[in-house]
Design a protein around this ligand. Structure first.
Ligand code: N01
Length: 537
């Protein structure tokens, strides 16, 4: 654990040292000259990538877009090795950034925040760490990520399991040896779909427990050619421009054609080409895939046919293809041989939608249909997304009002950035912002830069605090809802976007689905107009 800093009072405290926290530190410290401290629970930088070390962990954004773009020099000097960056390479990148800008000296590692309370009279926040230290600051900025609170299902008997169990988001740093082991993997989201082929290679036997079948498009990962790397290096400005102008922050443009503009044969050829290219770009084949259910059905049918083509056992293929939601209404996974893995003799698919998991026994998993003896259980069961990381920190605003109470019926804020009654608290990639619907570094850079400008303007105007009005929050919640319901996204009723994966969590569509470019324009307009909807004092 890094020793606690000598000074206990700061201009700003930042919680988290992932992509967001590192850049926020750089901006506030080096651009505004503030006295800043970052508090980080892990023993190193990296955020989500520090914890998610499961087999096959790799980013689904293409590597040349999964980095900061604020510095041309930084962009040009870093070279990724593969089309999609693997977890260790992302860790090397973030450590490179932290060292290049000398950020680690202002980060307190091994320091988990357990409470944060606003003191109205002092106009400051007091943050309490797990070790009982107290630190104060005028500004409190959460950079805790959207997917950092592991969701381990409350299955009866887990405590009695005689083998070892792990959640993918809290993976042991020393790794897990699957050799000769009977492994059960629960969950078929992006994580489970990435981990399945890798675990299957190593384990004696793998049983995948599938509740909700999922689409997946091949990633077609490969080493980057020297020509492509050179092209990336020479196109910093253009790539940045594209990523900042597209709805999802990726370096590709959504085709401006409808599914209905082409014949069935042409459509099939377009889908085949998109499948051959692979990756998240499949969604960009037509502009109406996420707004027109019948248009979406054509993509869904294509992808289900691919599953039936790949998976040899017809019964297994049908279970995998029995998908009940529109394509990309849940975050669409991409994979490396996920479906083909079910052709291996050492892999079994267990349908826990029809025969749910009843309990964990000392020997394994018991479903309503069968008993599966296991040595290791891997929970790829996702996260208490977006609100989970914020609410577990026990944040209390004015008059001791808990954020958990303010958000009892679901998150309410303005622009995903600030909550009424919680002055000078900023939530990077908070609920109500595009965040998880966007290539994350693009969303993060926009938030961090907006917050930095906001604080700079406040100080330049001789003011000390900012918070939104209730009316602005009401209006924003309506806009977030309207944006979601203009798409097919809410039709995936079991999605974590809706909080549906966590029992008891309010069903509210959390991210802003109106697109990153539109969101950026709204935020810019608010700043340019002198922050209407916020109270500054
Ligand atoms: O989690 P998920 P994830 N019994 O919530 C199942 C990002 N990510 O870790 O749908 C049985 O998507 C659950 O079933 P159901 C990405 O944004 C990014 O995979 O609730 N099953 C589901 O199948 C992604 O969306 C990258 O019916 C249970 C699975 O567990 C997000 O992280 C890579 C269960 C959870 O799927 C989360 O993905 C990987 C139970 N009790 C992930 N409880 C990048 O590339 C849950 N499930 C950056």
């Amino acid at each position: 654990m890094t020793p606690a800093p000598a000074a206990r009072s700061f201009d700003a405290l930042i919680i988290g040292a992932g992509f967001s926290g590192l850049y926020q530190l750089l901006c506030l410290r080096d651009r505004l000259g503030l006295n800043v401290q970052v508090l980080e629970a892990g023993d190193g930088v990296g955020g989500t990538w520090y914890w998610n070390r499961y087999p096959g962990a790799r980013c689904d954004s293409e590597s040349h877009s999964y980095n900061y773009t604020f510095s041309k020099e930084l962009f040009e000097e870093w070279e990724w090795s593969e089309r999609y960056p693997e977890q260790p390479e992302i860790m090397r990148y973030l450590n490179h950034v932290a060292d290049r800008f000398d950020l680690k000296r202002d980060i307190c590692f091994g320091t988990r925040v357990v409470a944060a309370r606003h003191d109205e009279a002092a106009g400051s926040w007091t943050v309490t760490t797990e070790a009982g230290e107290k630190l104060t600051a005028q500004f409190l900025i959460t950079a805790v990520g959207c997917l950092s609170t592991a969701n381990v299902p409350a299955l009866p008997g887990l405590g009695d399991f005689a083998g070892r169990w792990y959640h993918t988001g809290q993976w042991p740093h020393e790794g897990v040896d699957f050799r000769g082991k009977r492994v059960g993997l629960v969950g078929t989201g992006s994580t489970g779909i990435q981990a399945t082929p890798v675990i299957a290679e190593a384990a004696a036997h793998l049983t995948v427990f599938q509740r909700t079948p999922n689409y997946s498009v091949p990633a077609h990962n490969a080493p980057l050619t020297p020509e492509f790397r050179q092209w990336v290096r020479h196109n910093h400005a253009e790539l940045r421009r594209i990523m900042q102008s597209t709805p999802n922050g990726h370096p590709f443009v959504i085709e401006d054609r409808s599914v209905w503009d082409v014949t069935a044969e042409q459509r099939q050829a377009i889908y085949e080409a998109a499948w051959a290219k692979g990756g998240l770009q499949f969604r960009a084949a037509f502009r109406d895939l996420l707004v027109d259910k019948e248009a979406n059905d054509t993509a869904a049918a294509f992808l289900k046919d691919k599953i039936r083509e790949i998976v040899k056992d017809p019964a297994t293929a049908e279970l995998l293809a029995d998908i009940d939601h529109p394509y990309a209404a849940k975050r669409p996974p991409i994979d490396s041989d996920y479906f083909a893995t079910f052709n291996r003799p050492n892999v079994t698919l267990a349908d826990v939608r029809r025969a749910p998991i009843e309990r964990i026994t000392p020997a394994g998993i018991r479903t309503a249909a069968a008993e599966y003896p296991l040595d290791i259980i891997v929970f790829a069961t996702g996260f208490d997304a977006m609100t989970g990381p914020l609410l577990r920190m026990n944040i209390e605003g004015r008059d001791g009002r808990a954020l958990a109470e303010a958000w009892e019926a679901g998150p309410r804020n303005y622009l995903g950035l600030q909550v009424a009654g919680f002055p000078n608290l900023f939530t990077i990639t908070g609920p109500g912002s595009p965040s998880v619907l966007c290539n994350m570094p693009v969303a993060i850079e926009q938030h961090v830069e907006w917050i930095t400008d906001c604080i700079a303007r406040l100080r330049a105007d001789g003011l000390a605090r900012i918070e939104p009005t209730e009316a602005a929050m009401d209006d924003w919640v309506t806009q977030v809802n309207d944006a979601a319901h203009a798409t097919l996204l809410p039709q995936a009723h079991h999605s974590w976007y809706l909080g549906a994966n966590v029992p008891g969590k309010p069903r509210v569509f959390m991210p802003y689905a109106g697109g990153m470019a539109r969101y950026r324009a709204i935020c810019d307009e608010v700043a340019a107009a002198g922050y209407p909807g916020f109270m500054r004092g």
